[in-house]
Design a protein around this ligand. Structure first.
Ligand code: SF4
Length: 353
């Protein structure tokens, strides 16, 4: 690991950065496209197998550069749902998790952007870990490339930035990782199958809208009422829901996409009659759909304060809530809990240090 650390890290460079890199070492720029293809389409981590590069260049790259950012430590399989949870270790010995969730017609990889998370959402196990650091671009994209290699390349059809961390607080690295996934040179995954999920950082939502990247956006909404949202998502004190809705309207207009609202069902907190009315009012203002998420309690982790008191809304109440929303012509999906037997369900990603 020490020798590897000293090597120049190429994983995580975009195609234009790779072109520049080859130019600076006196090679043709088009080697950048070739390496991009090997790294991100053939999932290669071995310079020596890159047969269309001259032998001397392969050896030079092998000597001085690295394509490895993470070690795969364990893969846990959920017998109940087929969900797989990956535990990766970074070079500085930090642990992160990603989850592959199989569904009828697709398989979604949920990736992390930070080690831990600074935002302390009260329903989320990752928030309890605190924040360690941002992930590098290489560490973000490698979660996909390593899981794809392990599962077979075609096994992952969708990516959602919804693992550990707030992607828009690691904005530059998140953006660059999206550039790598969505460049026309990357044949692996279609851009309309990539979703960035945020707790709501309005200026960064607008910046993402202004970039050339076109991906889907999801907002962790969880309540339409500022006071309740602040109670369960302290970040709402800094960036109000009103500011976020304004930023999201801008995103929707600029990217011509539909927004997804994530809505974790919390008993007595956001599953009341007035919540249905407020959601219906909000969804009239912009093209949106709602993902209703059954809550996975984190009380077993013995958190302080409200986190330990939050309880899931009952199944019948969820169905009733969803039906009322649908009666208001709102598109609603229930995101069935998957992988809770391996703590891989939504809001449960937390690595014990
Ligand atoms: S829900 Fe997302 S933003 Fe909130 S604490 Fe968990 S990881 Fe961070």
């Amino acid at each position: 690991m020490t020798t590897e650390n000293k090597k120049y890290q190429l994983k995580g460079l975009t195609v234009s950065e790779l072109r520049e890199y080859f130019e600076t070492i006196g090679e043709s720029k088009f080697r950048g496209e070739q390496l991009f293809n090997w790294m991100y389409n053939h999932l290669s981590t071995d310079f020596l197998e890159m047969q269309n590069l001259p032998k001397a260049l392969r050896e030079k790259l092998n000597e001085g550069c690295s394509l490895k950012t993470l070690d795969l430590i364990t893969v846990q399989d959920s017998v109940l749902s087929g969900t797989k949870k990956y535990l990766f270790r970074t070079e500085d010995e930090k642990n992160i998790e990603s989850v592959v969730i199989p569904e009828k017609d697709r398989s979604t990889l949920c990736i992390s952007t930070q080690v831990g998370c600074p935002l302390d959402c009260k329903f989320c196990a990752t928030g309890l870990m605190g924040y360690k650091r941002n992930l590098t671009v290489g560490e973000i994209v490698d979660q996909y490339f390593m899981a794809a290699k392990e599962n077979g390349k075609k096994s992952i059809t969708n990516i959602v930035y919804m693992g550990m961390g707030e992607p828009l607080l690691n904005f530059n690295n998140t953006l660059k990782s999206l550039q790598i996934f969505t460049t026309e040179l990357n044949t692996a995954i279609s851009r309309n199958r990539i979703t960035v999920s945020t707790s709501g950082i309005p200026n960064k939502i607008k910046e993402l809208a202004d970039s050339e990247i076109r991906v889907k956006l999801a907002l962790s909404l969880h309540s339409c009422f500022e006071n309740i949202r602040t109670l369960i998502m302290p970040i709402n004190k800094k960036y109000s829901l009103a500011e976020n809705i304004e930023a999201i309207k801008y995103y929707v207009k600029k990217t011509k996409t539909r927004i997804t609202f994530e809505y974790t069902m919390l008993q007595g907190i956001n599953d009341r009659e007035e919540d249905v009315k407020a959601l219906a009012k909000l969804c009239k203002q912009l093209p949106a759909k709602i993902n209703v998420i059954p809550f996975n309690s984190i009380a077993h982790m013995a958190p302080d304060g409200i986190s330990g008191e939050l309880a899931p809304t009952s199944r019948n109440k969820i169905y009733d809530f969803v039906e009322k929303l649908r009666n208001n012509n709102i598109t609603v999906m229930i995101r069935e809990t998957q992988g809770d037997d391996i703590a891989g369900a939504c809001g449960q990603l937390a690595v014990k240090y």
